[in-house]
Write a protein that binds this ligand. Structure first.
Ligand SMILES: [Zn+2]
Length: 184
């Protein structure tokens, strides 16, 4: 399958074997505005699970902010092209941004979360009460940390990025990979 974009540098060797491809969901549900004021949306199961999780976290005193939710393949392409245009090295771009078609955000199941007073998309998120709450409770809502340190995808540690397993949001069997971080 042809996956490369003629306007982008080639994919690094092994990228396609390491990074799963993600398609856009047939249906998206609105979940309010993100921290940039954009209308955010998620796939239905993830939307229900996110709203339940946000409410529970707030009840526990850990207000979760939605930094980013669904992102289209076209939007990802614009983001990556913008970084290239700013002269950022290809390897540095791919360490933090998925190649278009490979972002979990395309699936409508991934969320980037923030905490009041904490810089968005910064590693400092791991020192917030919100992150501690997520480690203890997100699995019950079907959310798991996709990019722990040393993850197999070769993506930089992203304590803010959580992905819903799919289904109706109950996912009683969902296990939080943060409980057993691999040192690969
Ligand atoms: Zn993310």
């Amino acid at each position: 399958m042809e996956t490369t974009d003629p306007e982008f540098p080639p994919l690094p060797p092994g990228y396609e074997g390491r990074m799963p491809r993600h398609g856009e969901p047939p249906v998206l549900w609105p979940v309010g505005r993100d921290t940039s004021g954009r209308e955010a949306s998620l796939a239905p199961g993830a939307a229900l699970a996110w709203e339940a999780m946000r409410e529970r976290a707030a009840g526990d005193g850990a207000e979760l902010l939605l930094v980013s939710a669904f992102r289209s393949v076209a939007r990802q392409r614009t983001i990556v092209a913008g970084k290239l245009a700013r002269g950022i090295a290809w390897a540095d771009i791919l360490a933090v941004s998925a190649y278009p078609g490979f972002s979990e955000h395309h699936s409508g199941r991934a969320v980037d979360l923030g905490a009041p007073g904490c810089e968005d998309l910064a590693e400092g998120f791991e020192r917030t009460a919100q992150f501690a709450w997520l480690l203890s409770h997100a699995g019950r809502f079907g959310f798991a940390l996709t990019y722990p340190g040393g993850n197999r995808f070769g993506i930089a540690y992203e304590p803010w990025h959580w992905c819903h397993a799919g289904g109706d949001g109950a996912s009683p069997g969902a296990r939080n990979p943060a409980d057993g971080q691999q040192s690969l």
